[in-house]
Write a protein that binds this ligand. Structure first.
Ligand code: 5RP
Length: 232
């Protein structure tokens, strides 16, 4: 395992301590969450945890959870979740996030909003003081007349790239939408205003700005684990 994978796994192992038997979980997406699914599946197989079910935030996570013997459930069956464990692309000291580099932002936000607690896991590279300084901001849009959103975002200072899959074809999210990756030179000045504006724009499905949603972040560095908690 590479050093970075080892750090991701340490954060995942620490997050497992937040899980209790009988919980209904939100299961995030991404390479760090893959470690969490692995340790969760092992805990279930060994009987250390029982009576769990999870709502997956992507088709990939659903497949992995099935493979690992983690029972799945839907939000329709269980609209309120005890705990969601997910990754992030950026985490500020106030627990604002950028998410969605894996393309699962819409389902991730729906699951996060349905959860009593959202716990973020990652390695220390995800820690930033200002959103948009390390990661692009993913914005999910319907593919009808998407070019207008590029102009709109560029007027707000973004350099926009339409996400592509291997082979150069446009990437489609699990919901069949396009992702616009928006790079803001020097970071995003006012994430809340930008998020509000984008949510008022027809054709924009969701943004990767997760503001005020996370309760806790577990970030693993070479000198140990750092746990950031939201002030009550
Ligand atoms: C997917 C996400 C991921 O949680 C985020 O991109 C972090 O992924 P990784 O753990 O692979 O760095 O938001 O949409």
């Amino acid at each position: 395992m590479t050093d970075t994978e080892d750090l991701k796994r340490r954060a995942a192992v620490r997050a497992l301590e937040e899980v209790r038997s009988g919980m209904v979980l939100g299961l995030g997406s991404g390479s760090t969450v893959a470690h969490f699914l692995d340790v969760l599946g092992t805990a279930l197989a060994e009987g250390a945890l029982t009576d769990l079910a999870g709502v997956p935030t992507s088709v990939h996570t659903a497949r992995e959870a099935e493979r690992l013997g983690i029972p799945l459930i839907t939000l329709a069956e269980h609209p309120s979740l005890d705990l969601t464990v997910d990754g992030a692309d950026e985490v500020t000291p106030d627990l604002d996030l950028i998410k969605g580099m894996g393309g699962a932002l819409l389902r991730e936000k729906m699951v996060a909003q349905a959860s009593r607690r959202l716990v973020i896991i990652g390695d220390e590279r995800k820690a930033v003081t200002r959103l948009g300084t390390v990661s692009s901001l993913p914005v999910e849009v319907v593919d009808w007349e998407w070019q207008g959103h590029v102009d709109y975002l560029e007027q707000r200072g973004a350099h926009v790239i339409v996400r592509t899959s291997d082979g150069g074809v446009p990437f489609k999210s699990d919901n069949g939408n396009l992702i616009l990756d928006c790079r803001f030179e020097g970071g995003i000045d006012d994430p809340r205003t930008l998020d509000d504006e984008l949510h008022h724009r027809a054709g924009v499905v969701e943004t990767g700005l997760f503001l005020g949603l996370a309760a806790q972040a577990i970030l693993a560095g070479t000198d140990g684990l750092r746990v950031i908690r939201r002030n009550p």
